[in-house]
Design a protein around this ligand. Structure first.
Ligand SMILES: *[C@@H]1O[C@H](CO)[C@@H](O)[C@H](O)[C@H]1NC(C)=O
Length: 280
């Protein structure tokens, strides 16, 4: 595990390392699934596949300490029940930080569940789940994680679906000292993913395939014990929800949110965690 202190000295922050790009050959490693993950079209397309024997996954070559990550994804089409496709940032070790998207498949014609979670210092339990306002099997859509020192924002096609603010002032840990790598995987989770495990993966439909394009990381890159941010850091560095963004988030929560840990009183009989007392 890498622990580091963020030293926002001008010398660190002016080094020009722009990680934004869109080539999987240059930017990611296929890490598991022996041949089930493939980089195609000269690095413009990546596909993960899952069959009865194994799923597959990839990770970014670089580690980031704050940034905006965008990925276009087209999820497993048709009957994807039992499959889970993930896209997440994570550091290493028992007190790791993590920012998660998980896409839980479903039988044909039934909606995916978009599951999100955040781990700070090894502690998760901050789940929110959503429906999407489109069928994510049919086309590529952009899933983004914006992570700056003040907040974490999850965007789907530019629409904010979740915000997690830095609440260190209330004594809550915030991810800011551990660099994170981007990971993605496609795996079988039919013991729990679809309707609590009641719907199993239909292996006659295998291989299941999820597709990726347009990865960009506009981020501070952590390497050799230091962080290098782009000279012009871009709007993500200071971005927060403006009022149109807050309106959109409200629209998502009212119409598409299906689970919020902050309203699950069965889980927190002793009272909700302190961050739940803040408005979204
Ligand atoms: C699958 O579809 C059913 C019926 O619409 C729904 O209740 C369920 O939440 C969906 N998603 C998952 C992941 O089970």
């Amino acid at each position: 595990m890498r622990k580091l202190s963020l030293v926002p000295q001008a010398s660190l922050l002016t080094t020009l390392i722009v990680a934004a790009s869109a080539n999987f050959l240059a930017d990611v490693d296929l890490t598991w699934g022996s041949g089930r993950g493939k980089i195609l079209e000269n690095g413009n397309l990546l596909q993960l596949s899952l069959d009865k024997a194994s799923g597959s996954g990839f990770q970014s070559k670089q580690e980031y300490l704050f940034g905006r990550i965008d990925m276009r994804m087209k999820l497993v089409p048709g009957n994807s029940a039992g499959t889970v496709t993930t896209l997440y940032l994570s550091s290493q070790g028992p007190t790791h930080d993590e920012i998660d998207y998980e896409f839980l498949g479903n039988i044909s014609g039934q909606p995916y569940t978009l599951h999100t979670n955040i781990y700070t210092q090894g502690k998760g339990n901050k789940e929110q789940q959503f429906r999407l306002w489109f069928d994510p099997r049919l086309d590529f859509h952009t899933y983004s994680i914006l992570w700056n020192p003040q907040q974490i924002l999850f965007y789907v096609d530019g629409t904010p679906v979740r915000v997690f603010r830095n609440m260190e002032g209330m004594g809550l840990p915030y991810p800011k000292n551990q660099a994170m790598r981007l990971y993605s995987s496609l795996w079988n989770a039919d013991d729990w993913a679809t309707m609590g495990g009641r719907v199993k993966t239909d292996w006659s439909q295998a291989p299941f395939v999820a597709s990726y394009r347009g990865f960009s990381a506009n981020a501070c890159v952590w390497a050799g014990g230091r962080s290098s941010c782009p000279a012009a850091k871009g709007t993500w560095w200071a971005q927060s929800l403006d009022s149109p963004g807050a309106q959109k988030l409200k629209w998502v929560r009212q119409n598409y949110m299906i689970y919020d840990y902050c309203t699950d009183s069965k889980r927190f009989p002793q009272g909700f965690p302190p961050e739940c007392s803040l408005s979204t």
